[in-house]
Design a protein around this ligand. Sequence first.
Ligand SMILES: [Zn+2]
Length: 528
Amino acid sequence: MPDTIIRGAQLIDGSGAPPQHADIAVERDRITAIGDLSGQTAAREIDARGLTAAPGFIDTHAHSDGILLHEPQHAGGLLQGVTTEIITQDGLSYAPLSAQNLASYGRYLAGLLGPPPTDLDMSSIAAMREHYHGKGCNVAVLAPHGPIRLSSVGFRDVPLVGDDLAAAQRLIAESLEQGALGFSTGLSYYPNSYSNTEELVALNETVAAHGGVYVVHVRNHNNDRAPGGTGITEALEIGRRTGVPVHVSHYRTHPTNAGQVAALMEEIDAAKGDGVDVTLETYPYAAPATVPGYFLAGEFHDGGIDALLARLADAELRPRLLESMRTLFPGALQDSAWTWINHPRLRQLEGMAMADAAAQQGLTVEEHVLEVMLESGLACGFRYQSPASVTVTRQIEADVMALLRRPDYTVGSDGIPFTDGMPHPRAYGTFPRVLGRLRRRHPTIPLEHLIRGMTALPAERFHITDRGRLDEGKFADIVLFNPNTITDTASYEDPKAEPAGITHVLVNGQLAVEHAQVTATLAGRAVP
Ligand SMILES: [Zn+2]
């Protein structure tokens, strides 16, 4: 007898096929039957008339590495219908690192991942994956560039060559053999951006040989190290030279090129025409979020967190630091707000525009941001404001939907969830925002196509075994939602507000969300 039967749902199987009406039987952690199951009974019956059943969503870009260790339930993802998260993004994570490197690099990453883990073995991907069993959702990892470069050559702006390169390649090979799905980098972050294209080609030869995916936040630091000075050209060049499948992180239009989707994709489509294997992803908001170290050139990061903090405290260096803050991405700080600051006195600035906080203190915004970085020991994050013009915001959202209409786009929240503060709402609203609010504005995109980009496409791309499809024999990761009412409610003002219209979420056959409330179940696994 099945443990659970879901009755009367409109079933969207993940493949992109049109919906059909069917019942779903679940036994232990698998789907055992799909069809008319009116002759069967189960211990638990879920009446899903009026609801859509889809495979649980796969978030291809999540920064939950830290919060999952502190809050294993991780309700913010589950309530959106997310049953699998791919963490270790942008090459920024905790493994593989020695205890000593974890202590320093964990602090360096605090503005993104929260307080670092202590007393956890993160010396290998195998060790890391052990810490992600028994969470609310399934968790998949990549081999992150930062720890790998740090482990081989240290936190230094030197070429990764010779024995150091061989050591890094061995670490990548080992990580992929231990279950990493690919290799991630973020070439705005350190030590990742100390690389050049030749290094990335060499590392991705190993990734390709092990069947992994190259996941890249394209370069916008040290652009002179990229062919043509352009990050996307570099990413495509790596795919061309190594044959590695390339997955481009959070790639969409911005206020400066809003409405120009065709131009944005031109170079990518040309490369695909030449045989380069490319997929991409986006989140459905006009405002990014990151850490303020993003505004400091590579020379200031050299040596890692303690060297960086010493430079921030050095009065003689101050003019050059301020110059970097002003010129690397001009004007961006003026349009940004603090999301999280792990410091008792500065916490009150969370949610404030940096420009307002600076004015209160009689500082320029650059001076203010350097002070907060120094005092919080880099444990601070921020987001950009949404564009002042709603027309621009709407255009970027329309562009996101135009991208998701393509066959090669997944959805990645790029969520940076924190237990407190005022995080970017994308960690709490991404999936229902696409399926509800934005789909209703763009009703010609079929629901089943959007679901495919959240389920079967990422599962196939990242070789996540037996997930991403509603099919007999697959794992029972299932989300039930009302297609007419599903929507996000999280906003910049109320970032953790729970979505509407998502009633039930099963993870490995267990109810993780019931009647839109999280249960106490921790059924997630480190996958695949
Ligand atoms: Zn990211």
